[in-house]
Design a protein around this ligand. Sequence first.
Ligand code: ADP
Length: 423
Amino acid sequence: ASERLYLGMDFGTSGARYALIDRQGTIHAEGKREYPNYMKEDSLDWALSWKTTLFSLLEDVPVHLRPLVASISLDGTSATTLIINSNTGEPLARPYLYNESCPDALPLVKSIAPINHTVCSGSSTLCKLVSWWNNDDSDKKSTMLLHQADWLLWLLHGQLGVSDYNNALKVGYDPEADSYPDWLLSQPYAQLLPIVKAPGTSIGHLKGDIRTQFGFSEDCIVCTGTTDSIAAFLAARATKPGKAVTSLGSTLAIKLLSTTRIEDARYGVYSHRLDDKWLVGGASNTGGAVLKENFSDEQLEKLSEHINPMEASPLDYYPLKSVGERFPVANPKMEPRLHPRPESDVEYLHGILESIARIEAKAYMLLKDLGATQVDEVFTAGGGAKNDKWTKIRERVLGLPVNRATQTEAAYGAALLALKGCQ
Ligand code: ADP
């Protein structure tokens, strides 16, 4: 018999991708689609765009590989929320996007949730739900809340009302108790909440009409998904406590696999559950955006060639694009510090890279102080991962092995969840 394959899809902020892998993690096919711009009453019809893109990606999977797909999973952007008709699955309102804020709901949410809970942010899923509940005067009997990933997976398996505990965190789900807390269940809108399973759990078979239309196999299953940033972490296959992924994109974000759960609202640090472990995360405002303001990608490459990474730069900067930092220093008034600027651009760049590495080291130190498992190896994702001189600087400053992550695409992480659902 031919080898079975596992399909993962990622619905990110700017477009969607798919990755098709085998048991060993080898990629057999991958692809990307932009979201089409469908309009509905003067605004973008996101639900239709995502749905169309989902089926476009299925079209893009090579015909001869489709019968080999044993399992499908996908991720969506965190806190992207749909209110749907619980009989038909049709959206009852425009989807609330991940970064949309519903400050009108915040006072009410703060009055019911524990202090500093993740839901106490205007863009949380719970604020979106409460805002809809209080502002929409349609009949609320047959309604249900789904996250973007849940809804797209529903289009594939057809069982309404299933989510995963990564997506459900920002609506208030307690991943440790593995239930919704009482303060949430006692609310009138609790009836809208989906049931919650671990990411990468089989929900059911791929719907018959989709299976026959596209030529997938009869036993192909659909599994619960996760959020896009967790899927990107999963892609790096950092599966042991102490393994971490630093993302050096426009900003610096770190994620560490820990045996203990830590939360600290001051620093915006919180933990997602991953089976019997915790994925601890924090995001700094420093990062590549400052590099981009000063240098083109070509300049970054040329100048980096002349840096000696074994030598510590004496320049002590705090590179920020604008005022304010959250993690690893909580100070909304922190000023960017990029002075004195030396005459040599090589020295200037060395100073910036070294300073960002010190902030990264401080970030891992803070997680340890807050009670997380001590980091022992760092994988790197994002635009900064390709800079080998920076990697060497970071190895020296962190005192740890630093390697580029082999896989960084969230779609690859989603494919690993599809594989998990078959085991
Ligand atoms: P995002 O998706 O967060 O916008 P990317 O992961 O695409 O970011 O990374 C882009 C960032 O990487 C830019 O800020 C850019 O300055 C930085 N970058 C690009 N090339 C290099 C390099 N050789 N060394 C360090 N940083 C780089």
